[in-house]
Design a protein. Structure first.
Length: 367
């Protein structure tokens, strides 16, 4: 049997290139608390991404929790999508807010602004959309709704590192954008995340919140968490940035090969990447319709039998999980997509021969 092909594989630098950074940490004896490498990575990320302010975190989930806390939303409802990873919804509940799940646009897999508008009540305090698979939301439509209703707009941009849209970083839209640097993401620091904001005042507030709410040696103004990124993680991020453009180009090439090989396969639909200035090709989702001889689950198992590990991403919907069933709502587009979607292996070192193996199994399903 062939070697296993997993849905993703982390990008890692050469080990010998990482050693000098570790030696610097050992020499400085600064391991955390926003040390020199942490500060350097924040500046280099601002420069690379084209964003004004960024605050690094130990993971994207804590960053989401902190982003909502930083906006002082009080009590109320936050409109979001059920077609997402559980951290999106968890961050709302952690802040003692109520998630309101609305349907998606099936063409983009992102939240439908029309459904957002219909769900607004006098209890609504914010909108939390997700740039699903790195595909930009309707940022103009959502901003208009937020402005007209005096709502905060926070983007879960976990998939959207490096995406540029309408002449600027996608991360510049909304009040805050939250990124993930998890090992499975386009840019990783093993574990990590960040919040992008628009003012020095907000960055200061976020930086205090990620450090237990500490203002100085004798003052603590908020009840908050420890979200600091270590120097070791920051060191990896600095090294990853050196090759991120090559990483994105390699992902683009994998995406193009899949599209070429799958374009004539009846019953399979590929979610289109939007016309971004720069894409990151973070995932490769296909939709398995009734015209394909196998169901999504049958194709998933057939791939697994051939040592190919795809992912049902996102399945099940948030509202089908026991902890969120009480927030269930009518979201037929999201439900249908969750039952048909399958993310194929996608990472920059995926070889052409491995892609061909995947395609062969998919085409065998037609027989």
């Amino acid at each position: 049997m062939n070697n296993p092909i997993y849905v993703t594989q982390p990008v890692l630098p050469e080990l010998e290139d990482f050693i000098p950074y570790l030696e610097q940490i050992w020499k400085n004896k600064v391991l955390t608390n926003c040390g020199p490498l942490h500060q350097q990575l924040e500046q280099e990320l601002c420069d690379y991404l084209g964003v004004p302010y960024i605050s690094l975190f130990n993971n994207g989930t804590i960053a989401l929790v902190t982003a909502l806390q930083a906006l002082d939303l009080g009590e109320g409802e936050v409109i979001t999508t059920p077609y997402t990873f559980v951290a999106t919804a968890h961050s709302i509940v952690w802040n003692k807010l109520t998630p309101v799940f609305v349907d998606i646009d099936p063409h983009t897999s992102n939240i439908d602004p029309r459904k957002v508008e219909q769900a607004i009540t006098d209890k609504t305090v914010a909108i939390l959309p997700v740039h699903c698979y790195g595909v930009p939301c309707d940022v103009d439509g959502l901003q208009k709704i937020a402005d007209q209703n005096d709502l905060k707009l926070i983007y879960d941009a976990a998939h959207a590192f490096g995406v540029r849209h309408q002449g600027q970083s996608l991360l510049n839209y909304g009040d805050l954008s939250v990124i993930s640097f998890h090992a499975t993401k386009v840019f990783n620091t093993f574990e990590g995340g960040a919040i992008v904001c628009h003012s020095a005042e907000m960055k200061q507030r976020i930086d205090r919140l990620k450090n237990f709410g500490i203002v100085n040696e004798t003052a603590i103004d908020d009840v908050s968490l420890n979200g600091k990124l270590s120097e070791v993680h920051a060191a990896l991020g600095l090294l990853q940035l050196k090759t991120i453009d090559q990483t994105l180009l390699a992902r683009k090439n994998v995406d193009a090969l899949y599209r070429e090989f799958l374009k004539d396969v009846d019953g399979l639909h590929m979610i289109e990447r939007q016309a971004s200035d720069l894409d990151n090709y973070s995932y490769f989702p296909i939709v398995v319709s009734r015209d394909y001889p196998l169901s999504r689950d049958e194709l998933f198992e057939k791939l697994k039998e051939n040592n190919i590990f795809a992912r049902k991403y996102f399945y099940p919907l948030m509202t089908e999980l026991s902890v969120y069933k009480k927030f269930s709502s009518n979201t037929p587009n999201a439900k249908k997509l969750s039952e048909q979607v399958l993310c194929l292996p996608m990472y920059p070192t995926l070889a052409n021969e491995e892609i061909q193996q995947i395609i062969n199994v998919i085409k065998e399903g037609l027989k």
